[in-house]
Ligand binder design. Structure first.
Ligand code: ZN
Length: 134
């Protein structure tokens, strides 16, 4: 079951420069920041109500974030939907012909399992599913 929009991911060239900007926007300094090795990225979270904005900076020129910025520039990268059972959701959505970038959940940021739906099957919108690790 899909529970809520957990966060919206924004691809940025420089977390340092963008953190300065978003800290002013949300009146929050020192966002929670972490490196996610599996995604070759460093992320920073700005809580906004029950959701958050996730800034994503690439840590490698061959990461998907680097390729995204090369092709489309900085901006909204994905929408993350929180689910109660990520493996069950992958099966359910595959039964409806949705395609996944990875069929098996990987470690995301902030203690979540994540899996991305391929934008080809979701009108060009990259959708991330996440489930809190237990
Ligand atoms: Zn995300």
């Amino acid at each position: 079951m899909i529970k809520k929009i957990n966060h919206i991911g924004v691809a940025v060239k420089s977390l340092g420069l963008s953190s300065d900007l978003f800290s002013k926007l949300f009146e929050q300094t020192n966002p929670q920041t972490e490196e996610v090795l599996e995604q070759k990225a460093t992320i920073a979270f700005y809580p906004v109500g029950e959701s958050s904005i996730e800034l994503i900076e690439s840590t490698s020129s061959d990461s998907s974030i680097s390729k995204f910025i090369e092709k489309r520039g900085e901006g909204i990268h994905h929408i993350c939907l929180e689910v109660d059972d990520i493996k069950a959701e992958i099966v359910r959505l595959k039964n409806h012909q949705f395609q996944f970038v990875d069929d098996v959940p990987t470690k995301g940021g902030d203690g979540y399992w994540v899996a991305f739906l391929h934008p080809k099957s979701t009108n060009g919108v990259l959708i991330e599913l996440c489930e809190k690790m237990k």
